[in-house]
Design a protein around this ligand. Structure first.
Ligand SMILES: Cc1cc2nc3c(=O)[nH]c(=O)nc-3n(C[C@H](O)[C@H](O)[C@H](O)COP(=O)(O)OP(=O)(O)OC[C@H]3O[C@@H](n4cnc5c(N)ncnc54)[C@H](O)[C@@H]3O)c2cc1C
Ligand code: SF4
Length: 493
């Protein structure tokens, strides 16, 4: 039902209102709608049209990223933290890499956070179901391209553990611009998979709807209210609200709604999985822009919290990222065809926080010495990897003249793509914002289904974890077991 309220707001009644159409929100919305519930999805960003994706980084940054991709943390070093915005959320701009949550992480959640229901066995069907929905498969060596071949050669020479990554892509042509909107729609992001499924099952998906408050009465969800980009207010009346605005914006929405603050943990425990990238000048043509940018990994040092994954881009992207200046930059760019690139991510012990300042997120994050040491070790190994692959020169992301073993926090040039933890799950109300079923402690009907509930660093890319948790939540609300395959979707009566 839909109409106008006394205040002139557009008012919609529904069984469930989902806030945010990214990894968590879109998955929960589709499963609930297919399960027979009346679902409304409110997404702050726009509906994107892949026919208008130009594959030009500078043009696309402004269109598919929040604030043009310039979200940054306050601390040493400052860290660029790009976020997607629109139907698909950050999955629209991500690299497509898919890892299940490592077993050791799930065991840690059980031990430290009392999350007994999230064992590998319990999540198995959720992972399988998402993997089927997103056509997740391993990248072939041909599609991975020569940038991956460089890393593979180095890892094989050193005897380091490595492999091709699994990704949610179907019909990928290796155009190399995943982070700027896949122009062929090969990447199976949730904006072209789960969102259309939700709509086909009757969900009303409204883009350009900025949710300002989650509404409750007597400890029970009653809906949400927000502003429409087209002008005017919107109110959704629903006994179940799923907040999935992402790790940075979910705590702000809950805080301004006066919710989730009982434990004192809201907006805290921010893990980032900080990352950096290094370059090498090879003798052979690499043409890094041809092939899947993130197609290969080296996990030899994963137990130490150091993970290497591919990264690459067209000349305009490399020109922005090369840790060189002046003539050295110009010379390296003139040899662009022979440049290789690889990324390094650190499973962080550092923890930051997010709160609102003048209506915008203020993100604080200081890199602790333990993580700086991981970057020092990682950069040394990165140099070894490139040298073993036959690199003529290696360009590490450090100021000129600073060797990895002398690097300080302020010398590191970092980005982060995997923010987690700001509304963390913990079975104990005094330690976490949501419980093991992702319901806010102390409030019935308000759930969270995005990266903010993930209570620790994962050491791997998080989208599959977030989607599996959203799947589990949806089937929990439907009161049904999770079918591991798509064919087994129960028919709504
Ligand atoms: C460049 C890049 C590459 C990445 N590569 C990978 C990868 O290869 N593999 C991987 O696993 N992960 C990757 N990630 C991370 C992954 O995409 C995210 O972890 C995941 O999408 C987070 O899901 P989420 O549901 O928490 O939030 P999001 O997907 O960010 O969705 C949140 C949505 O909520 C909306 N929203 C926010 N506030 C409001 C509001 N008030 N009202 C309404 N809507 C709101 C936002 O606009 C957004 O669309 C990458 C990230 C980036 C930036
Ligand atoms: S490499 Fe594949 S998934 Fe990435 S943008 Fe190109 S076609 Fe899309």
């Amino acid at each position: 039902m839909s109409g106008r309220g006394a205040s002139g707001a557009r008012v919609i009644d529904a069984d469930v209102c989902v806030v945010g159409a990214g990894a968590g929100g879109a998955v929960a919305a589709a499963e609930l709608a297919e399960g027979g519930l009346d679902v409304v999805v409110l997404e702050q960003g726009p509906r994107h049209d892949a026919d208008r994706f130009s594959a030009r980084p500078l043009d696309m940054l402004a269109r598919v990223y929040r604030d043009g991709g310039q979200t940054t943390t306050l601390g040493t070093p400052p860290i660029l933290l790009p976020l997607g915005r629109g139907l698909g959320g950050t999955t629209l701009v991500n690299s497509g890499t898919c890892f299940r949550t490592p077993a050791a992480v799930l065991e840690r959640w059980r031990r430290e956070f009392g999350l007994e229901g999230l064992s590998g066995d319990a999540l198995d069907a959720c992972f399988a179901r998402v993997e089927a929905a997103l056509s997740i498969q391993e990248v072939t060596p041909e599609l991975a391209g020569r940038n991956a071949a460089v890393a593979r050669r180095g890892a094989e020479a050193l005897g380091w553990s490595h492999g091709f990554l699994r990704r949610n892509a179907s019909g990928c042509v290796g155009s190399g611009v995943c982070a700027f909107g896949c122009p062929t729609s090969a990447k199976q992001h949730v904006g072209i998979t789960y969102v259309p499924r939700a709509e086909a099952a009757g969900a009303r998906v409204i883009a350009g709807a900025d949710v300002r408050h989650v509404l409750t009465a007597h400890g029970q969800a009653t809906g949400v209210e927000g502003r429409l980009a087209s002008g005017g207010r919107i109110e959704v009346r629903a006994p179940t609200v799923i907040v999935a605005a992402g790790t940075i914006h979910t705590p702000l929405l809950l805080a301004r709604s006066g919710l989730g603050r009982g434990s004192g943990q809201l907006g805290r425990n921010l893990a980032l999985h900080p990352a950096t990238g290094a370059f090498a000048l090879m003798d052979e043509p690499v043409d890094m822009a041809r092939g899947v940018p993130q197609s290969f990994y080296v996990d030899e040092f994963a137990a130490e919290g150091i993970m290497f994954e591919g990264v690459a881009g067209p000349p305009s992207y490399v020109a922005m990222s090369l840790p060189l200046s002046g003539k050295r930059h110009a010379d390296a760019m003139a040899s662009y065809r022979r440049l290789a690139m690889f990324g390094l991510m650190v499973s962080d012990s550092s923890r930051g926080s997010v709160r609102a300042l003048a209506g915008r997120p203020l993100i604080r994050y200081e890199l602790v010495e333990e993580d700086v040491a991981r970057f020092r070790t990682g950069l040394r190994h990165m140099e070894e990897l490139f040298r073993a692959a036959g690199a003529r020169e290696v360009y590490l992301p450090l100021p000129h003249g600073v060797a990895p073993e002398r690097a300080r926090a302020r010398d590191l040039k970092l980005m982060a793509f995997h923010p987690l933890g700001t509304a963390r799950a913990d079975a104990r109300p005094q330690h976490g914002v949501v419980d093991g079923d992702l319901q806010l402690h102390g409030v019935r009907g308000v759930h969270v289904a995005d990266g903010s509930v993930v209570p620790s660093s994962l050491g791997v890319n998080p989208q599959l974890t977030i989607m599996a948790l959203a799947t589990r939540l949806a089937f929990g609300l439907l009161g049904r077991a999770v079918p591991p395959t798509l064919e087994e979707v129960p028919c709504p009566s």
